[in-house]
Write a protein that binds this ligand. Structure first.
Ligand SMILES: [Mg+2]
Length: 323
């Protein structure tokens, strides 16, 4: 296949990953838990809008982006990953009454257990911790760790995922997403380099991830809802693979139905890194806003998200391998 995608500069790709994820989150939020086909049925001319609904204002980002911002700001303030600090910020946010919070994430953050054992304890008690809740917030840390290389970015992804998700399947999925964003930020094609990334997935989880991320996999092949980590990332890759623009990739993702905000947040992180900020429609970035429950009246919009993305991209260059 001839690759006709433009090649934006790395700064535009880093901003594209962070803003693209936030845009996907806000665009998909009103369609959460809906049936497939609802998005395209609503926007028959193919030009989706930030329409709001389901408790969300037009352009309002959800827990996916809120948690990504918390991770990014912690990484900046500490010059790297301080897991206990990230966990504290998550707890403060959870106590601030966010409109939405993942089931596994909420159980771990509000259970009163120490940061370094809470997720493992929850997993040991329930056997359920492979939700997409660590995947959805990965854009900021992926930008921060990209320049540190594959091993470092995948290691950081696993540690941040493990704060709320005890199942290694979630760690590995988040590590894969980190590496695919890294590849895109360097100007590579994540779909082409994917086989290399898969070689670095934990051996116990490699076969399942290889299946769900293969070019022959279709979201209809999913064996669980896309609230689970495997079909969520599988669907995001499918949306990227089967479209040729940022806008169309999000439309394909949201039209799958189910956990639309998160599938679109993950798709948007990837597609934003591939196509860059200029490919993100202004009619989507203009109403975009990210409230931060638990942190006063703070609301991040495009300028603040841009600043965060640039700071993370620059910060990653000064300490290339702190993991
Ligand atoms: Mg959400």
């Amino acid at each position: 296949m001839t690759d006709l995608r433009p090649s934006p500069p790395s700064r535009a790709r880093a901003i594209g990953a962070v803003v693209g994820s936030a845009v996907g989150d806000a665009l998909g939020a009103p369609f959460e838990f809906g049936e497939p086909g609802v998005y395209r049925a609503r926007f028959t001319d193919g030009a989706g809008e930030m329409c709001g609904g389901g408790g969300w204002d037009p352009g309002e980002a959800t827990d996916d982006t809120q948690m990504a911002v918390l991770v990014g700001e912690s990484l900046l303030e500490h010059g790297g990953l301080e897991p206990a600090d990230v966990f504290r910020r998550f707890q403060r946010w959870a106590a601030g009454g966010p409109k939405d919070i993942g089931l596994q994430t909420e159980a771990v953050l509000t259970g009163g257990d120490p940061w370094d054992t809470a997720a493992a304890f929850h997993f040991s008690m329930t056997g359920r911790a492979a939700g997409n809740g660590s995947l959805m917030r990965a854009a900021t840390s992926a930008v921060r760790y990209a320049r540190a290389g594959r091993s470092a970015t995948m290691a950081a992804a696993r540690r941040i995922a493990a704060l709320t998700h005890g199942d290694r399947a979630a760690w590995e999925g988040t590590a894969i997403l980190h590496d695919l964003i890294r590849i895109a930020l360097e100007g590579g094609d994540p779909l082409e380099v994917l086989p290399e990334t898969l070689l670095h997935v934990h051996v116990d989880h490699r076969a399942r991830w290889t299946t769900v991320l293969s070019p022959s996999w279709h979201p209809d092949d999913a064996t669980e809802s896309n609230g689970a980590v495997w079909p969520c990332l599988g669907s995001a890759l499918w949306a990227l693979r089967t479209t040729t623009s940022f806008e169309d990739s999000l439309g394909a993702a949201i039209d799958l139905g189910g956990d639309t905000d998160t599938v679109a947040a993950v798709t948007g992180a990837l597609a934003g890194a591939v196509y860059g900020l200029d490919a993100v429609p202004e009619r989507w970035t203009a109403p975009l806003h990210v409230p931060l429950p638990g942190f006063g009246d703070r609301v991040l919009r495009l300028p603040e998200l841009t600043e965060l993305a640039v700071a993370l991209a620059v910060d990653s260059g000064s300490t290339p391998a702190d993991d």
